[in-house]
Ligand binder design. Structure first.
Ligand SMILES: [Zn+2]
Length: 481
């Protein structure tokens, strides 16, 4: 009996990763609830064990480390068998033979009663075979060396990374390059467990402290820090406040690199070439990845332009958000990734970024669309932007000799640079299209008109095309970027 129990607890120990069970959390009303969650990882810190849980059917941003007392071990479900993850000793996992999830009821076999196991720092390095979209990279190993700048290193004071040059460099063993794990995986079914867990606790960026939502491949040595410090102008990452302060005495940037192509009031946009300002672009991608989960992150920043929106004060041009854009897109994409940093969210900046992306398309004389899939927040912002933009045009139409005004989908698309498909989906979403006597008719109800007017009154931040100084380049004629 004793032996049997020990075997069971040992099994539980091995198998908790990947298991599902109810986990106690507080809902928005601060009430207890027990949603089902999957255990992604286990770690031991002095005196206690922590479990990283992913709440099934919840927003992934809520995933977190929890203490054992919040786990309902009595309702533990073992993972289904198809995931064949070898155990550390190379033997196949000791999963139950039934392919069905199994509810195991082992009273008193909670994790607090199980024998302790050494902590698992290797969980971060565990390489699960994954297919990558780029052949140059494989599981955590960069086959293609990141561009360093040889001969530009200077002697550094001990225990502080960084040079004053345009490089994310280090002399104390912290790799100068981010990890190449996972985020390059384009097929979600091969997602590495590491990349499903947020790994940075807190980022200090200028006067803001940001709580990341998702994994970002910062060097692993930095993931154990309580706070990761970023230079808010060059986005270089540093491991301590002291290092940041030392960096700031040498960093002369007070705005993003590249050309300022727009300024109105305190809002500016800078255009950054991913090839010319590679380090900045990579550091921007690392920061953005903390808040974007759905996109493949490209370390090969060469084919992209980055448009960084800033807000100016006496200290400099502070980053608010950005979007990236392929220099050449065969699919009419005018935005690849787009992000408003959390401290600036829900204040109209997201829509300003979107509006700016279409202003660029207008200058280029093209229609454009954001790369799919959009995040939940991204889709909301785009839907709202498209709706307002299209309604603005429809409501400005004047009757034509007493007749109903007429406009084609093509006209709307050309005026706004919004791709035809997005115009159609927006008209459908707003439920404006009616088919009447062999014709399509757009009907604007009182509700729609009033709702639109209210929304536009709240939209204070707008792009002024007169303040844009932008000449599009024909990248196809430039040979290699
Ligand atoms: Zn800096």
């Amino acid at each position: 009996m004793c032996i049997l129990l020990r075997i069971i607890t040992a099994l539980l120990e091995i198998e908790t990763q990947g298991c599902r069970l109810p986990v106690l959390r507080k809902n928005q009303e601060n009430e207890d609830e027990w949603p089902l969650a999957e255990i992604l990882s286990v770690k031991e810190i002095p005196g206690r064990k922590l479990y990283y849980v992913h709440y099934i059917d919840f927003n992934k941003r809520l995933d977190e480390w929890v203490t054992p007392d919040r786990l309902d071990m009595k309702k533990l479900q073992f993972p289904k068998k198809e995931a064949k993850t070898p155990t550390k000793n190379g033997l196949p996992g000791s999963r139950p033979s039934s392919p069905e999830s199994e509810v195991v009821r082992v009273a008193g076999a909670g994790p607090q009663h199980t024998p302790s196991r050494p902590p698992q720092p290797q969980a971060q390095q565990k390489s699960i075979p994954t297919k990558t979209s780029l052949p140059d990279f494989q599981n955590g190993t960069a086959r293609r060396p990141m561009p360093n700048q040889p001969g530009r290193k200077r002697k550094q004071p001990p225990n502080c990374g960084g040079t004053d040059e345009d490089s994310q460099d280090s002399s104390d063993g912290i790799p100068s390059t981010p990890r190449m794990t996972g985020s390059l995986v384009s097929d979600r079914s091969h997602d590495d467990i590491v990349t499903r867990m947020k790994n940075i606790d807190c980022i200090e960026l200028g006067r803001h402290r940001l709580k990341p939502w998702y994994f970002s491949p910062y060097p692993q040595e930095l993931t154990t820090l309580p706070i990761l410090y970023l230079c808010e102008f060059c986005l270089k990452y540093l491991k301590s406040l002291k290092c940041l302060q030392r960096h700031l005495t040498k960093c002369n940037l007070r705005h993003p690199p590249g050309n300022e192509i727009y300024r109105k009031g305190t809002i500016s946009f800078f255009e950054i070439d991913g090839r010319k300002n590679k380090t900045y672009s990579q550091n921007l991608c690392l920061l953005a990845k903390c808040f974007l989960d759905h996109k493949t992150l490209y370390y090969d920043t060469d084919p992209f332009l980055f448009y960084v929106m800033t807000e100016y004060d006496a200290k400099g041009f502070h980053i608010v958000g950005y979007f990236s854009k392929e220099k050449e897109s065969t699919e009419d994409y005018n935005v690849a990734c787009i992000l408003t940093l959390p401290p600036y969210q829900r204040r109209g900046y997201g829509k300003l970024l979107i509006e700016f992306s279409y202003e660029l398309s207008k200058v280029e004389g093209k229609t454009g669309t954001p790369e799919k899939p959009l995040s939940d927040l991204g889709l909301l912002s785009y839907r709202s932007y498209w709706s307002q933009t299209i309604l603005e045009i429809l409501m400005d139409l004047k009757p034509d000799n007493g007749e109903r005004p007429q406009i084609t989908i093509n006209d709307i698309s050309e005026i706004t640079s919004v791709k035809k498909e997005d115009v159609i989906s927006t008209l459908q979403y707003l439920n404006l299209i009616n088919y009447y006597k062999g014709q399509y008719i757009l009907t604007l109800s009182e509700d729609i008109v009033e709702g639109h007017e209210r929304a536009m009154q709240k939209r204070h931040l707008r792009i002024d095309s007169k303040c844009l100084h932008f000449t599009p380049k024909d990248w196809s004629k430039r040979g290699k970027w």
